[in-house]
Design a protein around this ligand. Structure first.
Ligand SMILES: Nc1ncnc2c1ncn2[C@@H]1O[C@H](COP(=O)(O)OP(=O)(O)O)[C@@H](O)[C@H]1O
Ligand SMILES: [Mg+2]
Length: 292
């Protein structure tokens, strides 16, 4: 049995306009210490998948097991980082991390808890910002706090839901590097959701694609590819790695056939959001074949 295992998971949401099955037959295995990335377009059910593993939502079918035990609700054995930081604004950087440490260390002295808090703030290189409040921090720094908070609980698995999606390209690439380093040092088990194929390839031992099998159908994981690129990996030159083109091609092919409805692209455009992985893949394929 894998360390984190999803078997035949389904999720349906009830709505005034009728119910909608978002995920169906989702199976996924993550081994201990593995870094698995999941790519998928916007609205496909990525956050729903994370919420199920986090125990924030119950699945309607199937089972989710972590370290051999079924997930029955939220718990400190899963550290979660969402896209929107979700820090407590009235607390300092230190306070936000300390609170999480406190929650998982009953019986510890304040001194020990302070040490653990400082250790993880240093890990994400936030030592200098310890006494600042979230409002005084850049997006990248806030996300470092979120990562420190999640890791300071020493979870069995770190769940990252598009953690760098709201950051500018430069900050994003810095944090990707940091994430790879942190994972390499601690060998935490990581499941990371992203809408960027290159980010998935840069960080993942394996990449799973979450997409519907046909337009309008529930999403499922039907592509699971290993990334045979040695570590440490570097963004510059990544595309020259022999393993890169092959994985990328597979993902692009897969996501291309699952093009999002035009209406979804328009909504995204109006909101100023980045194009989905599927759309980017489609455009790139056309460009590569000389159509666009
Ligand atoms: N609590 C909810 N109630 C009803 N519908 C939901 C709920 N959460 C998500 N959905 C719907 O499920 C679909 C997938 O959402 P989500 O998992 O957030 O997608 P993603 O993270 O891939 O963008 C969307 O159509 C969304 O509107
Ligand atoms: Mg989401």
């Amino acid at each position: 049995m894998a360390f984190l295992e999803l078997r035949g998971v389904a999720k349906t949401f009830a709505a005034a306009s009728g119910s909608r099955t978002v995920l169906k037959d989702v199976s996924l295995r993550v081994e201990r210490g593995e870094f698995v990335t999941v790519v998928g377009g916007s609205g496909v059910g990525k956050t729903t998948l994370v919420s199920l593993i986090a125990g924030l939502l119950p699945p309607d079918a199937g089972s989710i097991l972590l370290d051999g035990r079924p997930i029955a609700g939220p718990g400190p054995d899963r550290g979660i980082v969402f896209q929107n930081y979700s820090l407590l604004p009235w607390m300092t950087v230190f306070g936000n991390v300390y609170l999480a440490v406190e929650a998982v260390t009953p019986g510890w002295s304040a001194r020990r808890r302070r040490q653990r808090t400082e250790q993880f703030l240093h890990l994400v290189e936030l030592g200098d910002a310890t006494w600042k409040h979230p409002a005084e921090l850049s997006g990248g720094m806030r996300q470092r706090v979120s990562v420190a908070r999640a890791l300071a609980m020493k979870p069995k698995v770190l769940l990252l839901d598009e953690p760098f999606g709201a950051l500018d390209a430069l900050t994003r690439s810095t944090l990707q590097k940091e994430m790879a380093r942190i994972w390499g040092e601690g060998k935490t088990t990581v499941l990371m959701i992203t809408n960027e194929i290159d980010e998935a390839i840069l960080l993942g031992d394996r990449i799973c694609a979450l997409a519907p099998n046909a337009a309008g159908a529930p999403a499922t994981i039907s592509l699971d590819v290993p990334v045979a690129i040695p570590r440490p990996r570097f963004r510059r030159g990544l595309s020259l790695e022999p393993g890169y083109q092959q994985v990328r091609k597979q993902l692009v092919e897969f996501l291309t056939h699952r093009r999002e409805p035009r209406s979804a692209s328009v909504v995204r455009l109006v909101r100023g959001e980045a194009p989905s992985a599927a759309e980017t893949a489609r455009v790139e394929k056309r460009r590569a074949s000389g159509v666009a």
